[in-house]
Design a protein around this ligand. Sequence first.
Ligand SMILES: [Zn+2]
Length: 150
Amino acid sequence: MANKVRPVLLLPVAWSPYPEFTHGLHDGLPLLPTKWAPPHLLATRRQLNALGKRPGGQDPVALLYGYSETGHCQWFANLYLISRAKPKLPMTPRKWHALNLANLARRECKRCHRARDYVIPPTFGMCFPCVEASENTNLSNENGADPWAA
Ligand SMILES: [Zn+2]
């Protein structure tokens, strides 16, 4: 339903004592188009992260929405109250260790089980030498003869 015209409604909202203009409700939350959300009161998870904060268990109070550049795809983002956000938790040695293990898993080839210097592309699921090797086996015929032999 791209570019659907939404009605403008005055609704009671969590960030103001007065009803505010919204684009209606979506999943029970007030819907705000981009640039309608007050930036000093509401923030997305990424914006909170940039402020050094996290939602801290609070539920979203509104939904921000917009359209992709082509207009074919609609996106939504949860908006949280900045006043109820908690400070980000610091990284501990155990958290760094878990992050390193997760990054190592992204670099390990599922076929030859070697850790590469790059992230294995999920579309291939294997490192580039393994991709080349599998492409070369596809070239050979059922007899196992060298396809390039004269
Ligand atoms: Zn490999």
